[in-house]
Ligand binder design. Structure first.
Ligand code: GLN
Length: 247
């Protein structure tokens, strides 16, 4: 009888453990932590308390597909790759251009959008084309591809680095710099939001945007990339882009 009771208690305890575990599994979804710099409209920007934009919505669609909970961390652009490398964030998504240098530090997903580096000037500027930028004061967002190209092509002494595009554009408005080199979509937003600015017709450099991952997290990278490819194939990404970028 004693032995029977002991077995019964053991069975009960085991059953309880299972219930507890499965409950935990049901209520807690795994989180997908995305690092971004939410100063890059229309890819990511603040709307009230929320971070919205193309990247935020594509990431949400990926998380939904994977049954995960999306968490967006808004950090400085140049903290994204180091944070992903350190395992602080699962991925970086920030209108981020794929390039050789970054590929040494992180892996990239399939590209989901194209970007073009353009030059913003004041309407009455004597800078008429990219060639006229030589010798002028150039504003960039620090550590972006615009920064890298401008520094390589026109010399570090001519480049002023700002925390984000919005501050660079303020510097242009205040004549602290003669032009700003930045991605075309945020450029359009800044020009629309401020009087007296225009984008030069000549495009500077074309590039591909993709999500970056830690080099040692192949499992997550494959899952996210597969979800992204499905969302590209079924037109979801196009639909999100069309919501933010009017053709
Ligand atoms: N596409 C540019 C880059 O990757 C700018 C991205 C950004 O400022 N969010 O460097």
């Amino acid at each position: 009888m004693k032995k029977f009771l002991a077995i019964m208690i053991a069975v009960l305890m085991l059953a309880l453990t299972f219930v507890a575990c499965s409950n935990g599994g049901n209520t807690e979804k795994a989180t997908l932590v995305m690092a971004t710099n939410a100063e890059f409209p229309p890819y990511e920007f603040h709307e009230g308390d929320a971070i919205v934009g193309i990247d935020a919505e594509v990431a949400q669609a990926i998380a939904d597909k994977l049954g995960m909970e999306l968490k967006i961390e808004d950090v400085a652009f140049d903290s994204i790759i180091p944070g992903v490398q350190a395992g602080k964030y699962d991925m970086g998504m920030a209108g981020m251009t794929v390039n050789e240098e970054r590929l040494k530090s992180v892996n990239f997903s399939t590209s989901y959008a194209k970007g073009v580096q353009v030059v913003i000037v004041k309407e009455d500027s004597d800078i008429k084309s990219v060639d006229d930028v030589a010798g002028k004061k150039i504003g960039v967002q620090t550590s972006t591809t615009g920064d890298i190209y401008a520094t390589d092509d026109f010399g570090e002494e001519n480049v002023t680095k700002f925390d984000n595009g919005a501050v660079a554009v303020q510097a242009l408005l205040g004549d602290k710099v003669d032009c700003v080199i930045i991605d075309n979509e945020p450029a359009k937003s800044y020009v629309a939001a401020n009087e007296g600015l225009k984008i030069l017709d000549t495009e500077y450099v074309e590039e591909d945007y993709a999500i970056c991952f830690n080099k040692n997290n192949a499992e997550l990278e494959e899952k996210v990339n597969k979800a992204l490819e499905e969302l590209i194939a079924d037109g979801t990404v196009d639909k999100i882009v069309a919501k933010y970028i009017k053709a």
